[in-house]
Design a protein around this ligand. Structure first.
Ligand code: GDP
Ligand code: MG
Length: 597
C-alpha cells in the first residue's frame, strides 16, 4: 500500500557543497528550528564533526511540510556522512529512503565522492533530484554544472532546482519538487512488524538508541520486540522521532523513520542492518541487511606514559560503544610497551579517533604508521592476514604475499590530468579508463591500497590546486613483491618503526626515511645512528649528531628565568616522545614514512 503523505530522503553531497546548511534551511522552512538554533549546525552534533566540517554519523530529522496543495507531508531526512572513509554508512542511509537530493556546489562542479554515492542511490532504485547550490555566489555557473551532472552521472538536470542554502533562495520550490518527484513509501501498517536498524549508538542516559525505518507494521511504546539476529527480546521503552530534538511519539508506523530505545546496553545488541519485529511475530523474514564493515587500515596506539594504559583501554571501549567499525586488540611492542592495535576505516577515521581519545579522554598517545591488511598464502596451505609489519612470520614459510588492490575513481579538470596520471603511475597504478566529461576527466585506476590510504588524497589535492576528487573501493588481493623495511636506532631494531613496502621502492624509501627521521629526532647528548634495513641488510643510514655539550652551560650566568623557560619548553616538547633505548623519539618520526613519497 502506498503511504501518500510521507517522503523519505537523503542528501548526497561532496564535503563543503552545503549539505548541512541546506538541511538546516529545510528544517527552518518547516518550522523545526528558530533562527538562533539555526546558527548551530544541529545535525553535525559531535564537536569534532563540526570543527572539521564533516558528518560522521548518520542522523535523521522528521519535518512537517504543508505543501502548495494544502496537504501536510511528513518529510524524513536521513543525514549521510560525506567522506570517502565513511561511504559504507552512506549506502546504509540510502537504503531507508525512496529518494535523494544530489547537492552540487554550482561554483565548483561535480566531485567523485558524490558520483559514487549517486550511483549507489540509483542502483538501490532511489529517485535522485539534482540540486544546484550556492546560486548566490557570483561564480555560480548552473549551466556548466548541470551539464556535468548529465555527462558524468547521467541524470537529467535541465530543470534542476537552483538554490542558495545560505540565503534561502529557491528552498520553497525545492520542497515542492521533493514532494512531487520523490515517490512515497509503500508498506502495510497492519502487517507483522518489520523494521530495519539504520544506525545504533550509545547514549549515556538511555543506553542504545536505534534509528529505524519501519517497512511493515506498527511499533508502539511498551511492546515486546525481538532483535532477529540475536534472537533476544526487549521492551520498547521509548519510541519517537527526531525533530531534530528527540521527541517521544509512542508509535512508529510503516513508512516512517524514527528511534526506539529498549534498554539495550551495548550496540552489538542492536546491530546496524538488523531487523526488529514483535516477539510474537518472530517468524517474519529478515530484511536484507548490510555487509559488516571491515577496517582497512591498522595502526598501533600506545600511551606516552605507561601509567595511562588502563585509562586508554577504558577510553577505547567507550569509543567502540558508538563505533562498530572500530576494532582493537592489545599489542605489545618491544620499543613502545603495552598498547593496542587499532583498525580503522581509513586514515581520516584514524585521525578522528586519535583526536577524540586525546581530547575527550585527555590521553597522550603515540601512533605508529598505518598499514593495510596483507594476505599471506602459507606453504602449508593456510591463508593468514597480517596487519602489523612486526608480526610478519618467517618468510621461509610464506608461499606468496598479497596486497589489497582498490579501484579508484578520480575526477579532475583537464589541465591537471597529467599531474594526476604521473602520481598514479608513481604509486604503481594501472589505468583502466579515462573519460572526457566536458571540462573534467574521470580517471579509473587500480592501485595498491597501501599507496592510496596514506597521503594520496592530500597529494591529489595539492597537484590539482584542490580540484581533484577521489573515491575508492577494495577490489581484491594481488601477489606483490613486498618486503619489510626495518629501522634500527643505534643498532637496535625498533619494531614499531617497521613498514611493509614494495621491493622496488624499498631502497629509495629507506634512504628518504632515514633522512626524514634525522630531521625529526632531536639531537641528544650522543650521536644517534639511524639505519634502514631489509632482511638484515642495511640499505641506508644517517646520523643525528650529538649536541654540543655547552648548550645549557651558556645560561648559567645570571639569567635563571631563561633557563627555566628552556627547561619548560623541553618538558612540553617531551609529551609526545617515547624513550626507545637511550633515544627519545617524537611522534612525527613514527609517521615519517608517510611523508617520504
Ligand atoms: P557540507 O560539508 O556539505 O555539510 O557543507 P556545509 O553546509 O557545512 O557548507 C560548507 C560551506 O559552504 C559553509 O561555509 C557554508 O556556509 C557554505 N555554504 C553552504 N551553502 C551555501 C550557499 O548557498 N551559498 C554560499 N555562498 N555559501 C554556502
Ligand atoms: Mg556537513
Amino acid at each position: 500500500k502506498v503511504i501518500n503523505n510521507i517522503r523519505n530522503f537523503s542528501i548526497i553531497a561532496h564535503i563543503d557543497h552545503g549539505k548541512s546548511t541546506l538541511a538546516d534551511r529545510l528544517i527552518q522552512s518547516c518550522g523545526g528550528l528558530t533562527e538562533r538554533e539555526l546558527k548551530e549546525q544541529v545535525l553535525d552534533s559531535m564537536d569534532l564533526e563540526r570543527e572539521r566540517g564533516i558528518t560522521i554519523k548518520a542522523q535523521s530529522v522528521t519535518l512537517d511540510y504543508v505543501a502548495a496543495d494544502g496537504e501536510t507531508y511528513q518529510l524524513n531526512f536521513i543525514d549521510t556522512p560525506g567522506h570517502v572513509d565513511f561511504s559504507y554508512e552512506v549506502s546504509r542511509s540510502l537504503y531507508a529512503c525512496e529518494g535523494a537530493l544530489l547537492v552540487v556546489d554550482a561554483a565548483q562542479g561535480v566531485e567523485a565522492q558524490s558520483v559514487a554515492n549517486c550511483y549507489t542511490a540509483i542502483e538501490q532504485g532511489l529517485e535522485v533530484l539534482p540540486v544546484l547550490n550556492k546560486m548566490d555566489l557570483p561564480q555560480a555557473d548552473p549551466e556548466k554544472v548541470a551539464h556535468e551532472v548529465e555527462e558524468i552521472i547521467g541524470l537529467d538536470a535541465t530543470d534542476a532546482c537552483q538554490v542558495s542554502a545560505k540565503s534561502g533562495l529557491g528552498i520553497d520550490a525545492l520542497l515542492e519538487r521533493l514532494v512531487r518527484d520523490i515517490p512515497p513509501p509503500k508498506g502495510d501498517r497492519e502487517a507483522p512488524l518489520q523494521a530495519l536498524i539504520i544506525d545504533s549508538w550509545f547514549d549515556n542516559y538511555l543506553g542504545v538508541v536505534s534509528l529505524v525505518r519501519i517497512f511493515d507494521g506498527t511499533l508502539k511504546k511498551g511492546e515486546k520486540i525481538r532483535i532477529l539476529s540475536t534472537g533476544r527480546d526487549w521492551q520498547a521503552n521509548e519510541v519517537g522521532i527526531f525533530t531534530p530534538l528527540r521527541k517521544e511519539t509512542g508509535m512508529l508506523r510503516a513508512g516512517e523513520v524514527g528511534f526506539v530505545v529498549a534498554g539495550i546496553k551495548d550496540i552489538h545488541g542492536a546491530p546496524v542492518g538488523d531487523t526488529i519485529t514483535h516477539a510474537k511475530t518472530a517468524e517474519v523474514k529478515r530484511l536484507p541487511g548490510f555487509q559488516k564493515v571491515k577496517p582497512q587500515v591498522y595502526a598501533g596506539m600506545f600511551p606516552v606514559s605507561a601509567d595511562d594504559y588502563e585509562d586508554f583501554r577504558d577510553a577505547l571501549s567507550k569509543l567502540a560503544l558508538n563505533d562498530a567499525s572500530l576494532d582493537y586488540e592489545p599489542e605489545n611492542s618491544d620499543a613502545l610497551g603495552f598498547g593496542f592495535r587499532v583498525g580503522f576505516l581509513g586514515t581520516l577515521h584514524m585521525e578522528i579517533v586519535q583526536e577524540r581519545l586525546e581530547r575527550e579522554y585527555d590521553l597522550d598517545l603515540l601512533t605508529t604508521a598505518p598499514t593495510v591488511v596483507y594476505e599471506l598464502a602459507m606453504k602449508n596451505g593456510d591463508l593468514d592476514y597480517v596487519s602489523n609489519p612486526s608480526k610478519l612470520p618467517d618468510m621461509a614459510d610464506v608461499e606468496e604475499m598479497r596486497e589489497p588492490i582498490v579501484r579508484a575513481s578520480i575526477l579532475v579538470p583537464q589541465e591537471f590530468v597529467g599531474n594526476v596520471i604521473a602520481e598514479c603511475e608513481q604509486r604503481r597504478g594501472t589505468q583502466l579508463d579515462m573519460l572526457f566529461l566536458g571540462n573534467q576527466i574521470q580517471l579509473t585506476y587500480e592501485l595498491p591500497m597501501s599507496e592510496v590510504v596514506m597521503d594520496f588524497f592530500d597529494r591529489l589535492k595539492s597537484i590539482s590546486k584542490g580540484y581533484a576528487s577521489l573515491d575508492y573501493n577494495f577490489e581484491r588481493f594481488e601477489a606483490a613483491k613486498l618486503v619489510r623495511l626495518d629501522v634500527l636506532i643505534n643498532g637496535d631494531r625498533v619494531d614499531a618503526l617497521a613498514v611493509i613496502i614494495h621491493r622496488d621502492h624499498a631502497h629509495g624509501r629507506g634512504r628518504l626515511l632515514v633522512e626524514k627521521m634525522k630531521e625529526l629526532i632531536p639531537r641528544q647528548m650522543f650521536d644517534v645512528a639511524i639505519q634502514a634495513a631489509i632482511g638484515g641488510q642495511v640499505v641506508a643510514r644517517s646520523t643525528v649528531k650529538a649536541l654540543r655539550k655547552n648548550v645549557t652551560a651558556k645560561c648559567y650566568g645570571g639569567d635563571v628565568s631563561r633557563k627555566k623557560k628552556l627547561l619548560e619548553k623541553q618538558k612540553a616538547g617531551k609529551k609526545r616522545m617515547k624513550q626507545v633505548g637511550r633515544v627519545e623519539i617524537p611522534q612525527d618520526a613514527f609517521l615519517a614514512v608517510l611523508k617520504v613519497n
